[in-house]
Each structure stands twice: as C-alpha cells, then as structure tokens.
Design a protein around this ligand. Structure first.
Ligand code: GDP
Ligand code: IMO
Ligand code: MG
Length: 425
C-alpha cells in the first residue's frame, strides 16, 4: 500500500524555500506537521500577493482543508506562537479545530533566550551565530530533565513553582555573566496571559496523528532547518540543536518510520548559510553580493544577511543519501537568470586528495578546495514558465545535471516566491 506520510526537508543550510514547497503540497494534504526545531525556523509563504513569515505554525495554514499540528519534538515560544495565531485570526483564518499543539512540547522560556545570548557573547570570536531564540538552551533543559512542558501550564500553581525553581538557577548563571536577571513576577504575569490563548489548542497530538495514519489521511511532515544543520550529522558545533534527518519524524511526532513514503529534499539552486561555520563554496566577492541582493537573502527570523555561494552538490548528495530522499524540489532557479556562468561544486579536495563531505569535521571543511563544474547561464526571465520544456536550454541542462548527480528525480522547479510560480515535472 502506498504511504500517505511524506516529508519536505532542507538539503542545505536552511532557507531553501521549504515553506513555499510545503504550502504547495499542502493543497493535497489532510495534515501538515512540524516535528522538530522551534522559531529558529522562518518559513515564508506568499499567497495572493501577501507574504507570511512563519516560525511555528505549519506552512499549510493557508490551505483551509489542512489541519496544522505542532508535534512533540518542537520547542515552543508562547510569545511567538501567540503573535502568529493573532496574525492569522486577524486575517480571518480559522484555527479552532485546525491548529493542534502537542501537550508534550517543551517550552522556550525567557531565561533560555537570555542564556542563548550570553553563551554566544562568551564564545567571542568563536560564536556560532545562533538565531538567539533560546533553541539550544531549551533543548538542553529538555534532555537534562530541567525542561517544562506545555501541558504543565494547566496546573498554574505547579507551573509557577517549577518556573521559579528554574529561573532561580538560571538567574545565578546570568548574574555570573553580569547580565540582568529574569524578573520572575513580571514574566509569570506575561505567561499567565499567553497561557489563556495557547491552552485551547493543546492536545495529545500522538493520538491525533495515529488516528490520521490509521485512517490513511494524507500527512505532510514539514522539516525545519536542514540536513546540514543536523546536531549529529553536520560539523558540530556549527549545527542546530535538533535532529533534522527523517529519524526525527518518529521521535518528534510518534509517527512510525515505516509509514514515511515520499521524502522530498528541497535544493536551492545556489547555497546560503546564516550564522558561522564552514562554507566551502562561499562567494565573498561582488558576485556574492549580487546574488544576495537578487535572492533577497536576508534572514526571515533575524534579518541577518545570509552568506551565499555556489551550489555544493557534494554536500547535497550526502543530504540526499542520509535522508533517503526520493525526490527533489529545486528552488530559486530564477535568481540565477542573467548570470553568464554558473558553477556547481561536484567534489572536494583536501591537500590535493579527494575527500567526501561526510568524512570531514569542521576543521577539515574549512580547509577544502571545491572542485567545480561550470555551466553556461541564461538570460530569460523564467518566473512565469509553466512547462519544463519551455525553460531555456541551459537552465534545463543545469536542472538535469543536478538530478543526475544526486540520482534523485526532480518533481518541482520553483521559479518565484509566489504560490503559483512553479513547474511540475
Ligand atoms: P525556508 O526556511 O526553507 O522556508 O525558506 P525561507 O522562507 O527562509 O527563505 C526562502 C525565501 O525565498 C523566501 O523569501 C521565499 O519567499 C523565497 N522563495 C521561495 N522559493 C522561491 C523561488 O523559487 N524563487 C524566488 N525568487 N524566491 C523564492
Ligand atoms: P529554516 O527552517 C537557516 C542556524 C543558525 C545558526 C545555527 C544554530 O528557516 O531553514 P539555533 O538558533 O538553531 O541554535 O542556531 O543554525 N539556523 C538556521 N539557518 N535557516 C534556519 O531555519 C535555521 N535555523 C537555525 O543561523 O547557524
Ligand atoms: Mg527560513
């Protein structure tokens, strides 16, 4: 029997255009599910000329028939979630009985954000460039038994006790770094308000999703960040705090791994990276600036300028291998229009010898020489093209090469930010 659970994942360093692809595929989905990460994600969807930057609510939200689930693997900042809920309610989007948040989700609390910032400051020139959203400290609390789950908001007296205990410990750390401690009573007042808004959406999403799986409902899992930021399989510590590979579907939602069928790897036609860490194909010259401007490569979450470079197929090949990608969606190919030459990294060399992405630590990655294949570019604006055969020949050659190199069929080519700007293959 064909599987009804599919997943969209980033194959690079994030911001590949996952939100856009999820919004597209959500039109045929009964459920869209976030299963890891938090509001470090910034997924943009553009519908009817309006741009929505989403951090926690799944990118299927503007498909009225799709139920949106924030499953247990996600760390939740109540403030961010509340403002997203309010944004959609103000737009007349119905969320009651459509948005469900797992009672098991761990909370990102004010002290997590403060700790994220001071840890980065303490690292000085070795800072990681986190999104400063408290993601690492919240996951650290989860696995060190210091976390507080969302369902604990139900018993307010008990919650207050737990919050006060944790804040006391964290304030000691903040004081050591000469940072203003958390104002416990002020924060609790704010949390009390947020709790009223969020609790009606909180439920046991494990049961909800098991039922959906058993009824053969179509479930789309929305990956955040990207394979190259996986906490285990990318060059630590330049990672995010969660696992981003498909294994996280099981731990982050309870959906059994053998239920997962299509695995769609989103590949941006070039590379961007925000934050620190090695970047083999980075363009630090004028061309890099041009691609950044044209591609509007500024963080959806932090507004930071993204580092940009050529497509690194050696790394993407590893991403497809480890994730078991069964198909690819190529995005932002329109941004390459007008370039005379386009380069793609097809191999790495370390001290003159070939080496694979997966065998490199970050120290090695920083020393690699990329081996490029060069392609002739195209001039035409391709944004409105609807058929692959109507794309400029050089653009077709570029896409075909990516597909052949990765040994993964390309199913979608995205040619612009708007929902309707894509080619189906
Ligand atoms: P995500 O984190 O993977 O969902 O990606 P982001 O939303 O952070 O960044 C992708 C940016 O590119 C957003 O501003 C999208 O609106 C935009 N985008 C997505 N697909 C395309 C495309 O094919 N062409 C262009 N020009 N922009 C795109
Ligand atoms: P989406 O889902 C791009 C990066 C940060 C930093 C590292 C660790 O929009 O693709 P964190 O705040 O997670 O502790 O930061 O991970 N990072 C992202 N980069 N897109 C994202 O999400 C990211 N989420 C985290 O910049 O380098
Ligand atoms: Mg993003």
């Amino acid at each position: 029997m064909a599987s009804n659970v599919s997943v969209v994942l980033g194959t690079q360093w994030g911001d590949e255009g996952k939100g856009k692809i999820v919004d597209l595929l959500a039109a045929k989905s009964d459920y869209v599910v976030r299963f890891h990460g938090g509001n470090n994600a910034g997924h943009t969807i553009v519908v009817n000329g309006k741009k929505y930057p989403l951090h926690l609510i799944p990118s299927g939200v503007l498909n009225p028939a799709a139920i949106c689930v924030i499953a247990n693997g996600v760390v939740v900042d109540l403030e961010v979630l509340t403002s997203e809920i309010n944004m959609f309610l103000a737009d007349g989007v119905k969320l009651t009985k459509r948005l469900f948040i797992s009672d098991r989700c761990h909370l990102i609390l004010p002290y997590h954000k403060a700790l994220d910032i001071i840890f980065e400051k303490a690292r000085g020139k070795n800072k990681l460039g986190t999104t400063a959203r408290g993601i690492g400290p919240a996951y650290a609390d989860k696995v060190s038994y210091n976390g507080i789950r969302i369902y604990e908001l139900e018993d307010w007296e008990l919650f207050k006790e737990k919050f006060k205990f944790q804040a006391k410990i964290k304030n000691e750390i903040l004081k050591t770094f000469k940072v203003e401690p958390i104002n416990v009573s002020k924060e609790l007042k704010n949390l009390a308000k947020l709790r009223e808004i969020i609790l009606p959406y909180v439920t046991d999403t494990y049961q909800l999703l098991q039922k959906a799986v058993n009824q053969n409902q179509k479930i789309l899992m929305e990956g955040a960040q990207a394979i190259m930021l996986d906490v285990d399989f990318s060059p630590y510590p330049f990672t995010t705090a969660s696992n981003t590979i498909p294994g996280a579907i099981n731990t982050g939602s309870g959906i059994q791994i053998q239920k997962v069928g299509d695995i769609c790897g989103v590949v941006k036609a070039y590379t961007s990276r925000v934050g620190g860490g090695p970047f083999v194909t980075e363009l630090t010259d004028k061309l890099g600036d041009e691609i950044r401007e044209k591609g509007a490569e500024f963080g959806t979450t932090t507004g930071r300028p993204r580092r940009v470079g050529w497509l690194d197929l050696e790394a993407v090949k590893f991403a497809c291998e480890i994730s078991g990608a069964t198909e690819a969606a190529i995005t932002k190919i329109d941004i390459l229009s007008g370039l005379k030459k386009i380069k793609v990294c097809i191999d790495y060399k370390l001290n003159g010898r070939p080496i694979s992405y997966s065998s490199c630590g970050y120290e090695e990655l920083a020393k690699l020489t990329p081996i490029y294949k060069e392609f002739a570019g195209w001039e035409e604006d391709i944004t409105k093209i609807k058929k692959f055969k109507d794309l400029p020949k050089n653009c077709q050659t570029y896409i075909q090469f990516i597909s052949d190199f990765l040994n993964v069929p390309v199913k979608i080519v995205s040619t612009g930010p708007a929902r309707e700007e894509y080619i189906k293959l």
